[in-house]
Design a protein around this ligand. Structure first.
Ligand SMILES: Cc1cc2nc3c(=O)[nH]c(=O)nc-3n(C[C@H](O)[C@H](O)[C@H](O)COP(=O)(O)OP(=O)(O)OC[C@H]3O[C@@H](n4cnc5c(N)ncnc54)[C@H](O)[C@@H]3O)c2cc1C
Length: 376
């Protein structure tokens, strides 16, 4: 039997950031993941500079072996209508990464003991923690297994119906002909809001790779919406007509709509496992990383006692950072559909709204106070 102070289930950005934050804490840390790394992850792979800064990623070093696409603007529209382009001179406002590279980079540097290609099967309560898969004793188990995290299921969410964003996406390397037939500019990803404001599609070119996807807060006929979206993009000459890549699906919870509890005795959830994505953009990497950093602070303060009273400090810190959860529909969602359609079609045509609200507030979270970077 192996023993850990902290056993993290899931080696995505949330799990590896927690391990990295605790690497000098003296705690014995293991990461259990069902996959081997590098592994593919369905994601557009768009991150804000804030993510790179808090993680202390040396951009030049990262870019030596990995794609790091600088972004200097966005083209935004309601699907089928006029696009409005916003430009930001100076430093990049975001980056495009490939998750197969980014997650591997973070996992390799985090110094934890890696238990890969082994799925979490079960956990049983013991006197001072949990026994995982009948062979790993852990004082604290971290659920970092993404949207379908088995640790989250083990402590809660049975029978809870959650309103998730469902998305489909394809990422592929374009051949020479496809590159010629793709009019998307690398530095300017394009976003297309659906008329009912239930979601948006995107096209994002990262070097030779093209990432196309669409997510909605309504799982009805998702494949149909994706098909229509891709046909529209091809007809507009934005993407090559001969895309054969498979569209894969995944889901995630927006912070407001998640009802998962984040702590139990000797258990704590971070990242998508806790349901943290920003409501308007669906950006989940930054909240995953920030939750891991707040969890690391709370874990240090627990000084080895991980009962739920002690872990409450994490809940409080999360609420302070991300606000109180409001699982019901918000003001915007309560508006009748015809009002939403008018709202969307008029505002999405204006430079003021697409830049100041959609780009700055919804996508770049420019109103958020930056967190201190992880201590080296
Ligand atoms: C289509 C799509 C596009 C997105 N685009 C963006 C974007 O551009 N920018 C952004 O910021 N966010 C985006 N997101 C959200 C983002 O991908 C997630 O918020 C982010 O991956 C959360 O990180 P995580 O570490 O919590 O979970 P994950 O990255 O999902 O990692 C979870 C890990 O747990 C492992 N695991 C799962 N089950 C088990 C098990 N039973 N046993 C052991 N291990 C297990 C998995 O193998 C995986 O490695 C997107 C999401 C989707 C679906």
């Amino acid at each position: 039997m192996k023993s850990y102070d902290v056993l993290i289930v899931g080696g995505g950005p949330a799990g590896s950031t927690l391990a990295y934050s605790l690497r000098n804490s003296g705690l014995k840390i293991g990461i259990l993941d069902k996959q081997s790394f590098p592994r593919q992850k369905i994601c557009a792979g768009w991150v804000t500079p804030e993510v790179m800064r808090v993680l202390n990623i040396d951009l030049a070093d990262y870019a030596k072996n990995n794609i790091l696409q600088k972004i200097s603007g966005f083209k935004i529209s309601q699907l089928g209508q006029k696009q409005v382009e916003s430009h930001y001179p100076g430093e990049p406002i975001s980056y495009g990464i490939r998750r197969i590279e980014f997650d591997d980079y973070l996992l390799k540097r985090c110094d934890a003991e890696l238990i890969l290609q082994e799925a979490f099967k079960k956990m049983e309560k013991t006197e001072d923690g949990w026994l995982v898969n009948e062979k790993y004793q852990a004082k604290l188990v971290i659920g970092a297994g993404g949207h379908y995290c088995p640790v989250a299921r083990a402590i809660d969410s049975k029978g809870v119906s959650e309103l998730a964003v469902v998305a489909q996406e394809a990422e592929f390397e374009m051949n020479a002909q496809q590159k010629q037939n793709c009019s998307i500019k690398e530095e300017v990803p394009e976003l297309f809001f659906t008329p009912d404001l239930m979601g948006y599609g995107w096209v994002f070119r990262k070097g030779d790779y093209l990432n196309i996807g669409l997510g909605r807060e309504d799982k009805n006929k998702l494949s149909g919406h994706v098909k229509e979206f891709c046909e529209y993009l091809a007809a507009e000459g934005k993407i090559p007509a001969d895309v054969t890549a498979k569209y894969n699906g995944h889901a995630y919870l927006l912070y407001n709509h998640a009802v998962r509890k984040m702590i139990a005795d000797n258990v704590l959830l971070i990242g998508d496992s806790a349901g943290l994505a920003y409501p308007q953009s669906g950006e989940g990497i930054r909240p995953a990383i920030e939750s891991a950093m707040l969890a690391a602070d709370a874990i240090r303060d627990c000084a080895g006692n991980y009962n739920s009273d002690k872990l409450q400090a994490y809940n409080d810190a999360m609420e302070q950072r991300f606000g109180k959860r409001l699982p019901g529909p918000d003001t915007m969602e309560r508006l009748p559909m015809f009002v939403k359609r008018i709202f969307a079609s008029q505002l999405m045509k204006t430079r003021w709204f697409t830049k100041n609200v959609v780009t700055d507030k919804w996508f770049l979270q420019s109103h958020q106070t930056p967190m201190p970077a992880i201590k080296e």
